[in-house]
Design a binder for this molecule. Structure first.
Ligand SMILES: C[S@@+](CC[C@H](N)C(=O)[O-])C[C@H]1O[C@@H](n2cnc3c(N)ncnc32)[C@H](O)[C@@H]1O
Ligand code: SF4
Length: 353
């Protein structure tokens, strides 16, 4: 009897060892895979995930897999290059916004990104929080994200809605406060960079993946941000070449004149070369950016940027998603080419908190 118990115990211990060896081998393989894929080794180790690389053929209606909903145009900052300006103060009633989000989900949406204007401005972030919660809890979207200037976010927002949010991107174009003031990326004399660091810490505390967006323009094109970005260690650093959009930041009826912010392709490339040691950097030249985003405006109309301006479709609330998306100008091939489909669910990222 005693002998049989001892044999069972030895068997159990052996099994435990085998399981441990297996998990160590699996972890090593996962890390090697992340390394080969050029992912950010320091913060994330990404589980391999099959990517659907199929793309629409010309004339075929694209699936709105990843959508950017700019539900407000109002903002508390005055970035001189801004390409989504305060042309209206309209925001849909929350129930209508939710109806549109459900239609998008039924049409195949997997990722929603809330943008603006400044998304935390309307109803002090409660409107945004309700949509974030609805998209994760009710619609069960794999990825819910926000792009914000970060200045209006409060810790109480994370306490209430943080669990429903996968990724928070904060825009920061410079680590020099004078440059931020010159760009208009500021409210009064408050430090944009201090705020960025504060939000970064909340992301860590409330388990939200942290991302940074930077627009490269004449005022920051010679800056070296390597040290600051390495320290902040975002899951992704999106680096945009400043883009002109007629009617928004250029030409007649525009609220900005962004011509003086525009840089050449070579200047953009030099900036990228200077930051090549940052593995999470995702570059977006004007060419890559163009037509590779599905943009919904405050009326839930797709915006077609093919002609260098934002031409609206009819609202998905009036004609449905399939009809409206035909007029979105969206190029699914460009979307895949710019790496638009990535590991975007926080459950699939192994974040070091
Ligand atoms: C229009 S903003 C709205 C969200 C929020 N207010 C912010 O600034 O992050 C969305 C993103 O577009 C970027 N952006 C604005 N104007 C741009 C331009 N002319 N070229 C490239 N990116 C631009 C912003 O820096 C930000 O990362
Ligand atoms: S880019 Fe600047 S001005 Fe434009 S919406 Fe964002 S924070 Fe506001």
């Amino acid at each position: 009897m005693l002998l049989s118990n001892q044999v069972t115990l030895v068997r159990m211990l052996l099994n435990l060892c085998i399981i441990n060896v297996r998990s160590i081998v699996s972890e090593v393989l996962t890390r090697l895979f992340s390394f080969w894929m050029g992912e950010n080794k320091a913060q994330v180790s990404i589980q391999p995930k099959r990517t659907n690389l199929s793309s629409t053929t010309p004339g075929e209606v694209p699936t709105p897999m990843s959508v950017n909903y700019h539900f407000t145009r109002q903002c508390n900052y005055k970035c001189g290059f801004c390409f989504h300006t305060a042309k209206t103060s309209f925001v849909l009633p929350i129930e209508e916004a939710k109806r549109g989000l459900r239609l998008l989900k039924e049409a195949g949406m997997e990722k929603i990104n809330f943008s603006g204007g400044e998304p935390f401005l309307h109803h002090k972030g409660v409107f945004l929080g309700e949509m974030v919660q609805y998209c994760k809890q009710e619609l069960q979207l794999p990825s819910v994200s926000i792009v914000s200037n970060g200045s209006m976010i409060k810790e109480t927002w994370f306490q209430k809605y943080g669990e429903y949010l996968d990724i928070l991107a904060i825009s920061c174009d410079s680590f020099n406060e004078e440059t931020n003031q010159t760009i208009g990326r500021a409210q009064g004399r408050k430090s944009h960079v201090d705020n960025l660091c504060k939000v970064r810490n909340w992301c860590r505390q409330y388990r939200v993946a942290f991302k940074i967006n930077s627009v490269i323009n004449t005022y920051n094109v010679h800056e070296d941000m390597t040290e600051h970005i390495s320290e902040l260690n975002p899951v992704r650093w999106k680096v945009f070449q400043c883009l002109l959009i007629e009617g928004e930041n250029s030409g007649e009826n525009s609220l900005r004149e962004a011509e003086k912010f525009v840089i050449t392709d070579q200047e953009f490339q030099d900036f990228l070369d200077r930051h090549q040691s940052i593995k999470c950097l995702v570059p977006e030249s004007n060419q890559k950016m163009k037509d590779s985003y599905l943009i919904l405006d405050e009326y839930m109309r797709f915006l077609d940027c093919r002609a260098g301006r934002k031409d609206p479709s009819k609202s998905i609330l009036d004609v449905g998603v399939e009809e409206a998306v035909k007029y979105s100008g969206f190029d699914e091939r460009m979307f895949l080419k710019r790496g638009g489909k990535y590991v975007w669910s926080k459950e699939d990222m192994k974040l070091e908190w």
